[in-house]
Write a protein that binds this ligand. Sequence first.
Ligand code: Z5A
Length: 212
Amino acid sequence: DKCRNGSRGALVVLEGLDRCGKTSQSTRLIKKLDELGYPAELFRFPDRNTVIGMMISSYLNSNSQLDDHTVHLLFSANRWEKRSLMESKLQSGITLIVDRYAYSGVAFSAAKGLDIEWCKAPDMGLLAPDLVLYLDISPEKASERGGYGGERYEQLEFQKKVAQAYQVLRDASWKIIDASLSVEDVEEQMSGSVLDCAKTCRNGISLSQLWL
Ligand code: Z5A
């Protein structure tokens, strides 16, 4: 796990409601970082390629039923599966753009009525992000976008509860992005702070642990 030039990549997390534009923006951010000499890779949660991820995917597609606590722990385990890989990438100088992370875990389970502190516990000790970008959009506006309605959580009333849970969860360090604007304008709001963050991490600040 040797740092290239003694520096590391940044851990940047994108959060928000369904269809807020995280996937579109992640791709654009990676391209921009690469062009400017900051190697970057995408991680997304859930990672549906692992055995745990396949169980989650089947649940999201309503092909299987699981207790709310059980599925919460699966989402968390799916992040723990990737923790050491993420750490070694960061230590080798690669910036990670992460499409959903522990905050999604808490927000979606809290929206079902689970206790927030209980929800946070299994994710304690994961790598803490250097930057969290919240792509802010109203549930109504998000529901008008393409592909909405196919999976378990893609219901307007539920997304309203998720938005409330994110409100409770977010702190002053989050950068709030107006995600209702055009793809280009959303990118414009994000790219400056992502580049600043990548620069700061390259200058050498150590990784810390989430919620500890
Ligand atoms: N979940 C959980 O419960 N617990 C956890 O721990 C985690 C997740 C990690 C699956 O996640 C579900 O798992 C998710 C949360 C829960 N459920 N919900 N709801 P996922 O990440 O696989 O799925 P998703 O969040 O629904 O992501 P998505 O569908 O890929 O949406 P997105 O990435 O935010 O948006 P997008 O794909 O970039 O864009 C969506 C559409 O909008 C598309 O047609 C675009 O062309 C369009 N778009 C994008 N940006 C714009 C702008 N600026 N203007 C107009 N149109 C736009």
